[in-house]
Design a protein around this ligand. Structure first.
Ligand SMILES: NC(=O)c1ccc[n+]([C@@H]2O[C@H](COP(=O)([O-])OP(=O)(O)OC[C@H]3O[C@@H](n4cnc5c(N)ncnc54)[C@H](O)[C@@H]3O)[C@@H](O)[C@H]2O)c1
Length: 308
């Protein structure tokens, strides 16, 4: 039997996750949304791409949770996306209401699932899902760092005119303006970019990365990025379902790691069939540590507003 992945929210990110998951034949997919016909229509359309793209996965759409029962993974993308001029944090209260309602249903129908949270503001929504579901921390993980580091990798590859496959990048912290890219751990064919690029170019690339989501929101005008977010989420789904033990930057609940407690923040984790199997700790410089603490404080502010 193929694994089962539910994607809640059949909008731009959700539908893209569904597409990438079936294209890799990772799982059967149930798409759900509050809009009648939307998940059914997109699921049927994607199903009909199967004979051409050669996948046998089942896709179904639903406005109810019964069909999501016993999912292995539930990806939560339900909620509002940013419009030009909005920060991720502007979405806080509306999306908190949506995510709370969704997680209550998901936890009821799939009590053993691993939750991947995508809805913004990401770290706060992951923490809300963790509290509402009552699931252990290894089964509630937020997607952000993979996207942020993919953006950084893209800009590094463009700058140096090298293959993206040669570039790795390391990003810590909350998803937002306070994210903390670590250039000394970002490499091209194993060489730290600090050896390959002058400081001011690295600063420029870091700035573009931190602003990467807003750059796309400003271009699209209606809605926010979804191809790279969909790909990043699918990487998590694959690492879990294939038990890859892959080290990826994700939002995880910290209990003392990096000197932070009781908070979801982006850190390198090991993803495998059990979910978030380990938090990888590295030694930070004084400046990096200060930047991470500042990022965590920004997440804490949202958590305090939500009183969770
Ligand atoms: N973590 C990240 O890195 C990242 C990246 C991109 C987008 N996002 C976030 O993901 C979310 C979705 O973005 P999008 O571009 O797909 O938006 P979208 O508007 O295209 O889709 C959101 C969907 O959620 C549905 N929805 C709303 N309330 C619901 C509910 N209660 N139950 C089920 N479905 C519900 C809507 O009907 C809509 O179809 C946004 O909050 C966005 O900010 C996060």
């Amino acid at each position: 039997m193929r694994p089962k992945v539910t994607v809640v929210g059949a909008g731009n990110v959700g539908a893209t996750v569904a597409q990438y998951v079936v294209e890799r034949e990772l799982a059967d997919v149930v798409l759900t949304d509050v809009i009648e016909g939307l998940p059914q229509g997109k699921a049927l359309d994607l199903l009909q791409a199967g004979p051409i793209h050669r996948y046998d996965c089942r896709l179904t759409g639903s406005n109810e949770y019964r069909e999501t029962a016993d999912s292995d993974i539930v990806v939560i993308t339900a909620g509002l996306a940013r419009k030009p001029g909005m920060s991720r944090d502007d979405l806080l209260f509306k999306n908190a209401e949506i995510v709370k309602g969704v997680v209550e249903q998901v936890a009821r129908y799939s009590p053993n699932a691993i939750l991947i949270i995508v809805t913004n503001p990401l770290d706060a929504m992951a923490q809300l899902a963790f509290r509402v579901s009552g699931f252990p921390k290894h089964r509630v993980i937020g997607m952000a760092g993979i996207l942020d580091s993919a953006r950084f990798r893209t800009f590094i590859a463009l700058e140096l005119n090298v293959s993206v496959e040669n570039v790795t990048a390391f990003v810590l912290g909350g998803h937002g303006d306070t994210m903390v890219p670590l250039p000394r751990y970002s490499t091209v064919a194993g060489i730290p970019i600090t050896e390959l690029l002058p400081k001011e170019r690295i600063t420029a690339l870091v700035g573009r990365t931190a602003n990467g989501g807003a750059e796309i929101v400003n271009l699209l005008k209606a809605g926010s990025a979804f191809y790279a977010p969909g790909a990043s989420t699918t990487e998590m789904v694959e690492a879990i379902l294939r038990d890859k033990k892959k080290i990826l930057p994700c939002a995880a609940y910290l209990e003392g790691e990096y000197g932070i407690s009781g908070l979801y923040v982006g850190v390198p984790v090991k993803l495998g069939r059990k979910g978030m199997e380990e938090i990888i700790q590295i030694t930070l410089t004084v400046e990096e540590n200060a930047a991470l603490k500042k990022s965590a404080a920004a997440v804490r502010e949202l958590i305090d507003k939500l009183k969770i």
